[in-house]
Design a protein around this ligand. Structure first.
Ligand code: SF4
Ligand code: MG
Length: 329
């Protein structure tokens, strides 16, 4: 299904970048060492598909994905095992991704043994220190997944991802299934681990609010394409694409007088398998002109800070106005 649509194409590895992804029709990004790149968009836009293709949990039908100089798509079995030591994934539903018949200790022992990282008495030490790193205790190693809360289960999922000493972790909506009160704790934990271990993340989310603190750069996706890719600060301060502007208008801000007017997108999300012609966003865009229906906008540089946008009229679209004070939003 979607794999073909998001096929990855002709990746380029740049110096000091650890990975890059380039797709047939406009999905192309790199991730630097120690960087968090957020992939944000509505469900069905291809975020998870992209994350799975990077680990070869799904096969891309064309093109290439590069990681640390290697073409991910052409790795043999053994090299693929090594890749999955270097790149790990944290899933949205930690319960579904943990084996209910294994204790937490057994779950963490698996990758340590598989990659030859610990055995004998060392094994137990490694498990204890992984549990400590994610805020759990040594005795948790003897318990089963069903004995934990949702937030604790996600901590177990994070510990399992850390076990193989990865360089890059794909976080696929890691807090979407958690209570709001728990989400910030897990995000903070991920941020701390990133700084301590020098990790890179590809952080997938459907909501810009979730990535506000953790991302360095943000790629906004719509129907399989990146429509805007910018450093976080620029993207939040001055969203260039009408779709980014709409997503951002839904994010609450601490100071209500600085809240942007809510932009409500009308119309259903078109099928990614049969996307609209020209600019894929034209069926929902308030600024669409005739050109938008026939000519596809390329992702192109705009601004001085490495911002990129895929919109013909980005220069003339005025960012959404702030809600005037004393007026209900
Ligand atoms: Fe809207 Fe046209 Fe820009 Fe697409 S190219 S976002 S339809 S103004
Ligand atoms: Mg998903």
């Amino acid at each position: 299904g979607l794999a073909k649509h998001f096929a990855v194409h002709r990746g380029v590895l740049f110096q000091n970048k650890i990975g890059s992804v380039r797709a047939v029709d406009g999905l192309s990004f790199e991730v630097a060492e120690g960087e968090t790149l957020a992939l944000v968009g509505e469900s069905g836009c291809g975020k998870s598909t992209t994350g799975r293709m990077i680990l070869r949990l799904m096969e891309a039908s064309a093109g290439s994905i590069r990681f640390a100089g290697k073409d991910v798509r052409s790795l043999d079995r053994r090299a693929l095992r090594d890749l999955r030591r270097d790149i790990q994934i944290i899933f949205q539903d930690p319960y579904a991704s943990l084996n209910p018949r294994l204790t937490v200790g057994e779950t963490l022992a698996e990758p340590l043994r598989l990659h030859g990282l610990a055995s004998g008495p060392k094994l137990r030490q490694r498990i204890d220190s992984l549990l400590a790193e994610v805020g759990l205790s040594p005795w948790h190693a003897l318990r089963y997944p069903h004995e934990f809360s949702g937030g604790q289960r996600q901590r177990i999922g994070i510990a399992r991802a850390l076990a193989s000493e990865p360089k890059l972790i794909v976080c696929d909506e890691p807090v979407s299934a958690l209570d709001v009160s728990i989400q910030a704790q897990v995000i903070n934990l991920l941020q701390d681990l990133k700084e301590k271990r020098g990790l890179s993340y590809i952080f997938i989310a459907h909501d810009l609010a979730v990535v506000r603190h953790i991302s360095d750069r943000v790629a906004v996706m719509y129907l399989g394409k990146i429509v805007e890719l910018s450093p976080k600060r620029q993207l939040f301060a001055m969203p260039r694409h009408p779709y980014t502007q709409a997503l951002l208008s839904a994010v609450p801000v601490p100071d209500p007088s600085a809240q942007r007017a809510r932009i409500r997108l009308t119309g259903d999300i078109p099928s990614p398998l049969n996307p609209p012609s020209g600019c894929r966003f034209h069926t929902r865009c308030a600024y669409a002109k005739d050109r938008c229906k026939v000519e596809e906008p390329a992702l192109r540089p705009i601004g001085q800070e490495g911002e990129k946008v895929a919109c013909h009229f980005a220069e003339t679209i005025v960012p959404p106005t702030l809600v005037p004070e004393n007026e209900p939003p």
